[in-house]
Design a protein around this ligand. Structure first.
Ligand code: SF4
Length: 449
């Protein structure tokens, strides 16, 4: 059971020495209670207090960093089972797999793709995270060469996949200081794997089938001094993954099995239902997902789903209100008013760009609510539209007084006309129809040159 800040405070040394980075022991206790600090930051805790606090204040799932530098990513440190309870914090890293016996040209092409490919959606730059290299050849030399080749092409986080300590050892000569994720420690090799992970300061995947064996292996690796662990439940099917990943998350979050409190790994490459497996992994708690190099369609679907699942459901993504230009509009160009819910903005902007009619987008502040919700909640009103027209100087940009409003805001059209003195044209409800609307309807009203 989680301790309250005051209970935690009672266990602290109360030196108020600031060595933990907090001004007082009380503020540190408050952070601990919220799972926002680590007890190890206080050097004066005795072992008994550490044991009590460690079991209740540490995040139920350990944060594990993979890679170094700009493209490194951290996974874990999640607090809830369902996204709507709070939010999910650390999106899974998705890494494309290469085999060490693929041709150098193929390995370079896949690495370059992960390095450069990005996809902008709702204002965010979406990218894959790194490369997983599998020691398919069985040769330590070939494995090391493939890793060296990738390292020469890009500084990307790596997963090194081999059960052979000699192969991993050879590969780590080239990337050991860059925190690659080592895959995997098993019951047969865990001592050697732990010593390798310790030597290079790398996170380590533990792999076993069944929660009992996994828990046992985690305990063994922890006893070897490895803290940065990732769990591979080695599922045999989608259903198997769903059951084991959900059980790991439930047991970790409830602290019923704190030894399972580590991020989960899955390799979807080679699965006949890979797209489905990726989707399931994103939704059901995987933190490191190794895939085959995906087709453009599958790649976009995976990145889009990850972005959607890992946005905070309590905070609509908002745009800054203002007057935005699409293309090079002039004084006769149309003005389209809409809300500052970012998905609405970017969807509409995309369709406006496709229409090839330069225009202005007047974005009004509905606190991130969509058009329909904003109208229903009274956040989108004629007063807001009037004030926004004035605030953003729309009248000075165009020589007309025509305002296109979203179809779902049609109940406000008369009131907007009265409040602003602008003639209102009600646009379509579906943003996909805005191009046709501009080409057909707007042309009837557009000011002539
Ligand atoms: Fe208090 Fe420990 Fe922080 Fe010092 S380091 S202020 S004793 S909690």
């Amino acid at each position: 059971m989680a301790l309250k800040a005051l209970d935690i405070y009672k266990l602290l040394p109360k030196k108020n020495c600031k060595e933990c980075g907090d001004p007082t022991c009380l503020t540190f206790a408050m952070k601990l209670a919220g799972g926002k600090a680590d007890i190890d930051l206080c050097p004066y805790l005795d072992d008994q207090a550490k044991n009590i606090l460690g079991a209740t204040t540490r995040p139920p799932i350990r944060l594990v960093k993979i890679g170094v530098g700009e493209r490194s990513f951290s996974v874990g440190e999640e607090f809830v089972l369902y996204r709507h309870e709070k939010t999910f914090y650390h999106p899974p890293g998705i890494l494309f797999k290469v085999l060490d016996n693929q041709s150098p040209e193929e390995i370079v092409a896949i690495t370059k793709r992960v390095k450069t490919e990005s996809f902008v959606r709702v204002g965010s730059n979406l990218q894959f995270n790194g490369i997983a290299v599998e020691n398919a050849s069985g040769s330590s030399e070939t494995f090391a060469k493939a890793v060296e080749l990738i390292e020469n092409v890009a500084d990307l986080p790596l997963v090194l996949i081999s059960l052979e300590v000699s192969s991993l050892s050879a590969a780590l000569i080239h990337c050991g200081t860059y925190r690659p994720l080592i895959h995997a420690a098993t019951l047969a090799n865990y001592k050697e794997m732990c010593s390798l992970a310790k030597q290079h300061g790398c996170p380590l995947v533990v792999k076993a089938t069944g929660l009992v064996l996994l828990e046992d292996l985690i305990k063994k690796c922890s006893a070897e001094g490895i803290q940065d662990l990732v769990i591979d439940p080695s599922p045999s099917s989608l259903n198997d993954f769903l059951i084991s990943s959900t059980a790991i998350r439930q047991l970790a979050i409830s602290r019923s099995a704190p030894d399972l409190g580590y991020p989960v790994f899955i390799n979807t490459s080679g699965n006949a239902l890979e797209d489905a497996m990726i989707a399931l992994s994103i939704v059901k708690y995987a933190s490191v997902i190794v895939t085959s190099p995906l087709s453009p369609g599958s790649a976009k679907a995976a990145l889009t789903l990850r972005q959607n699942i890992y946005t905070d459901p309590q905070k609509p993504i908002q745009m800054n209100p203002g007057l935005y230009r699409v293309g090079n509009p002039d004084k006769n160009s149309p003005v389209l008013m809409t809300v500052n819910f970012s998905l609405t903005f970017f969807t509409l902007q995309g369709y406006l760009e496709s229409s090839r009619i330069p225009c202005y987008m007047l974005i009004v502040d509905t606190e991130g609510l969509s058009v329909l919700t904003a109208v229903a909640a009274g956040k989108l009103s004629e007063i807001l539209v009037r004030d926004s027209l004035k605030k953003f100087g729309v009248g000075e940009e165009v020589a007309h007084h025509l305002l296109i409003i979203p179809g779902y805001a049609s109940p406000l059209s008369g009131r907007i006309e009265e409040a602003t003195g602008w003639k209102v044209l009600v646009g379509p409800r579906d943003a996909a129809e805005i191009g046709d609307f501009l080409h057909e309807e707007w042309k009837k009203y557009a000011p002539k040159e």
